[in-house]
Design a protein around this ligand. Structure first.
Ligand SMILES: [Zn+2]
Length: 251
């Protein structure tokens, strides 16, 4: 069968050089989809717990008689949207229900939208790192000194950009929540670009976040650590369960 569309939550990711397997879950169950790329991953940031819409999948039966879904990057009708990172999801009230932080639990599934302020700013962790521009994942330096993306399984020395790895407390009238984010979302919350921040003298870097206490945002937030699934290596050192995937400043 061809032309299948899927809407669900990514609960497991297995990656190799040009093939990525995603376990997609909804209320009715879970299925694995194999995504094939001409050269390398080209869909921007994707992480555990993200909500995605994929069209143009085709199905077949594996030799073990299991249903397999596959997707080719350049197939007619093939599209992929990471709903969790779409500005439209945040902007458009008919696409989401505004929740309080106390409505979120480890069992809340998929991306949710909340109106929050930044709280306990003294305890935030602002780290500047490099990320792989293609996939938005943090890179590591290998023993040979090359920059390596574990998500794409590639050496990406010339395809990196500076980014924030931010851990910060969000609050509303109902609850406080410690969350993490990277990339454009972290820059939006901090109201400064990673390069500008990096150029600041060390003393100003330390002082900078204090100006942001109680700044208000609408955020897309999701649980990036589900109890029932594994996690990709990049997130293993991250003990914070909630990821902010999109943020918009409120006036
Ligand atoms: Zn990558």
């Amino acid at each position: 069968m061809t032309g299948i569309s899927l809407y669900g939550i990514v609960t497991e990711i297995k990656t190799s050089k040009d093939m990525f397997s995603l376990r997609i879950e909804d209320k009715t169950g879970a299925v694995w989809a194999k995504l094939h790329f001409d050269k390398s991953w080209s869909l921007g940031r994707l992480g555990m717990g993200h909500t995605v819409y994929i069209s143009g999948l085709s199905s077949s039966l594996s030799p073990q008689k299991c249903l397999e879904l596959s997707w080719l990057e350049n197939d007619t009708g093939a599209s992929f949207f990471n709903i969790s990172c779409l500005p439209a999801f945040l902007n458009t009230s008919c696409l989401h229900k505004l929740l309080c932080l106390s409505d979120l639990s480890a069992h809340t599934s998929g991306a949710q939208v909340c109106r929050v302020w930044l709280d306990q700013i003294d305890h935030c962790h602002v780290d500047t790192r490099f990320m792989h521009t293609l996939c938005g994942n943090l890179v590591d330096e290998s023993h040979t000194g090359d920059l390596e993306c574990k998500f794409c399984h590639s050496i990406c020395n010339s395809e990196v950009e500076r980014t924030f790895h931010l851990k910060i407390t969000l609050a509303d009238d109902t609850k406080r929540l410690f969350a993490w984010c990277i990339g454009q979302t972290a820059a939006e919350l901090l109201q400064i670009s990673p390069d500008e921040f990096y150029e600041l003298p060390e003393e100003e870097q330390i002082m900078y976040p204090s100006s942001l206490e109680h700044e208000k945002f609408i955020v897309t937030i999701l649980n990036s650590r589900r109890q029932d699934c594994g996690r990709i290596a990049e997130q293993n050192d991250n003990m914070v369960d909630w990821e902010v995937t999109r943020a918009m400043k409120c006036q």
